[in-house]
Ligand binder design. Structure first.
Ligand code: ADP
Ligand code: GLC
Length: 462
């Protein structure tokens, strides 16, 4: 159960995970199906759907007609169902101010439908707070009593976002024993993420290090995670190595194998340099991502300024987020014309070409539960420069420790610039640089191993 799934609706890595994991899980004895909201977007406008179920749900005093839709041709590689509620979920955005009502209605519709299944699911797997009231409703709501033996798992992709809303809305949740209202509460609010941590049978995070970090700092939920640690485990995300394959990727301008990494990447770098007016001969440092505090984004303008003044490099950024950061990044363009450029926005094609054509990827994250960018980078031979945190700590080893990337300890401008300087030195040694690119392309982060860890977890519950 998820709010996002690639290629249908993607805001960040949650979509990539939910769009890949079922493919790898369905190779085993189990089949895995996804249920998500039906949004009004490019994907839904350009595909055909059929109705599998039609009913009405109660959200407090309001009633909504809803449909469960299926996708007509198996365009995503696994079975996927959509909850369609006109005027509530069928909107052109994924997240907004009215998430509490929307995602609650999504979950109620999904559970109402599951109530009608002859053969019930063996596991319900909820992703993030958008599906976080499901473990509570399964355990506590009278109407779902017949489902309360189904093991339910929560995966936390990002504990910063908890979906809290006021107790005034408690009447929207299907009736339950009020003595247990404490399960919904955290710091005086209804907190779907905390309710899920309390009620799920198992809780996973998307990397082992992030699980440990959450016990110390989890936007207010650290004590809860310590108290529930007996049922918590960190499982590192994988990547969809079919979608992210430099040999077949249809977004990039030149496909390449590991043996031809230098010429393949050069073809993509040429496109980037032409498109963004950058010098092909300088090492190209890139950033792709949401421009938010978690990603260390507000430091980027100063980092770029310092690094561009000190070193003979180019910089390219792709991202959007905080307006002030966006405008600072825009205004650097005139100061560093020819060595710096930024595309403020979201663009899947440009992102793939950056993975295939830049020389280094910067990820100075404050918080990075897993991070997929660095794993895509490795697969394409793009060398990551990361802050040692969460999933970045679990996947990238510094070159000075017999590793292949560049790491820095803190989210500090000088440390990031220092890592850029070290990376520039490697770029000058073409043999070592190319050898390192080949080395990182051999690292396997496909879902195979991690999907099995999830299956083992499911098996421990059935
Ligand atoms: P998060 O989910 O926290 O944003 P992840 O590293 O897990 O971070 O996943 C980010 C995903 O979103 C990657 O697939 C990355 O390539 C993609 N992405 C982020 N920003 C952009 C952008 N502006 N344009 C295209 N893709 C983007
Ligand atoms: C979240 C995290 C990111 C992770 C992604 C997929 O968006 O911020 O680190 O890779 O989920 O699990």
């Amino acid at each position: 159960m998820s709010a996002e799934c690639y290629p249908i609706a993607k805001v960040g890595g949650l979509a990539d995970v939910v769009g890949a994991l079922p493919k790898y899980q369905s190779n085993s004895d189990r089949t895995s199906e996804v249920i998500m909201p039906f949004y009004d977007n490019k994907f839904t406008q350009s595909h055909e759907f059929s109705t599998a179920y039609n009913s009405t749900l109660e959200l407090g005093r309001e009633s909504y007609n809803f449909k469960i839709l299926t996708l007509d041709n198996n365009a995503v590689g696994f079975d996927i169902y959509f909850v369609k509620i006109i005027n509530l979920l069928t909107v052109d955005y994924v997240y907004s101010y009215d998430d509490a009502n929307r995602f609650l209605a999504f979950q109620i519709a999904a559970l109402d439908w599951i109530l009608t299944w002859k053969e019930k699911p063996t596991i319900i797997h909820c992703h993030d707070h958008h599906a976080g009231l499901t473990p509570f409703m399964l355990q506590e709501s009278y109407k779902y009593e017949s489902l309360n033996k189904i093991p339910v798992i929560l995966t936390i992709h990002n504990a910063q976002y908890q979906g809290s809303f006021s107790h005034d809305k408690v009447g929207l949740i299907p009736a339950f024993n009020f003595e247990n209202i404490g399960l919904l509460d955290w710091s005086g609010m209804i907190n779907p993420l905390s309710a899920a941590i309390k009620c799920a049978w198992k809780v996973t995070t998307v990397s082992p290090s992030y699980m440990e970090e959450l016990k110390i700092k989890a936007n207010g939920l650290e004590d809860l995670l310590v108290a529930e640690s007996h049922k918590c485990v960190g499982i590192l995300n994988g990547i969809d190595s079919e979608v992210w394959n430099p040999e077949t990727d249809h977004y990039i301008v030149k496909n390449f194998k590991k043996s031809a990494v230098a010429s393949g990447r050069k073809g993509n770098k040429e496109w980037l340099c032409k498109e963004f007016n950058l010098d092909l001969n300088k090492p190209l440092f890139a950033f792709i991502g949401r421009l938010v505090g978690e990603k260390g984004a507000e430091l980027l303008p100063e980092v770029f300024q310092k690094a561009l003044q000190k070193e003979n490099i180019s910089v390219l950024l792709l991202g959007s987020g905080h307006e002030e950061v966006e405008s600072q990044l825009e205004s650097l363009k005139t100061e560093f014309e020819g060595t710096y450029n930024a595309f403020i926005g979201y663009d899947e094609k440009i992102s793939h070409i950056i993975y295939a054509g830049a020389d280094y990827l910067l990820m100075p994250s404050r918080i990075e539960p897993c991070g997929l960018n660095q794993m895509y980078a490795l697969r394409y031979g793009l060398i990551p420069i990361v802050r040692k945190t969460g999933g970045l700590k679990d996947t990238i080893i510094d070159i000075s420790e017999d590793g292949f990337g560049f790491t820095h300890k803190d989210v500090e401008i000088d440390q990031i610039v220092n890592a850029i300087e070290r990376a520039t030195l490697l770029y000058q040694d073409k043999t070592a640089f190319n050898k390192n690119r080949k080395r990182i392309m051999s690292i396997d982060h496909s879902w195979n191993a991690s999907a099995q860890e999830y299956i083992n977890l499911y098996n421990s519950l059935n």
